[in-house]
Design a protein around this ligand. Structure first.
Ligand code: E4P
Length: 218
């Protein structure tokens, strides 16, 4: 499963990229606002930092304007995936951008039928939002399982990009279901590596090693 970071904060991206485990980045208008930076400047910087796809989201509601925005975003770098909403206008835009060979991430997906439409529109990625789904009393992971089944039934190559990930269990369940990508905040990436028994074991080994007086390097 690929790991994308869900942020527009360049220091977080550099930190995650240094692990060698980062496969891409997703942004949205709220994350751009949180970065406090100019949209084009920050997207260009992220795209230069990361080898994989970098999602840049359109904001227009109508197809014509959305397409113009998407074409402009795609010019920022070769690894831009244009993000469009899961609306009829967004699906039209997806189809048009894909015809130009541009990667498209269809976002704000909350149902398996929506995901089916995105795949039929040729989306590179579909972004179902699991955390926001959980927030309103559904199980977001059921949605991921449904989409996996449908995409496998028809051999769609649209990648399931699990979004709105709030905690490590979302990542675990995404991997169990066979999602292609999970995008999560920097804080979740830190939590994936953390375990109190690892810390406790490390502290005990450090103490015992110090007691031996040995050194590996000297
Ligand atoms: C990413 O593509 C989504 O925009 C993002 O994961 C949404 O996350 P949130 O529900 O935590 O805002």
């Amino acid at each position: 499963m690929k790991f994308f970071l869900d942020t527009a904060i360049i220091d977080e991206i550099r930190d995650a990229n240094a692990t060698g485990l980062l496969d891409g980045v997703t942004t949205n208008p709220s994350l751009i606002k949180k970065s406090g930076r100019d949209f084009f400047e920050v997207i260009a910087e992220i795209a230069a930092e990361v080898d994989g796809p970098v999602s840049a989201e359109t904001v227009a509601a109508d197809h014509e304007t959305m397409l113009k925005e998407g074409l402009k975003c795609a010019k920022i770098a070769d690894n831009i995936a244009v993000k469009v909403p899961l609306t009829i206008d967004g699906l039209k835009t997806c189809k048009a951008l894909r015809a130009e060979g541009i990667m498209v991430n269809v976002t704000l997906c909350f149902s398996a039928n929506q995901a089916l439409l995105a795949a039929k529109a040729g989306a590179t990625f579909i972004s179902p939002f699991v955390g926001r789904h959980d927030d309103v009393g559904f199980d977001g992971m059921d949605l991921i399982a449904d989409i996996r089944q449908i995409y496998d039934n028809y051999e769609f190559d649209t990648e399931i990009l699990v979004a709105s990930v709030r905690h490590p269990v979302h990542v675990l369940q995404s991997a169990q279901i066979g999602a292609d990508v999970a995008t999560f905040p920097h804080s979740v990436m830190q939590k994936l590596a953390a375990h109190p028994l690892t810390d406790k074991g490390l502290a005990a080994f450090e103490k015992d090693w110090a007691d031996t007086g040995f050194s590996i390097l000297d």
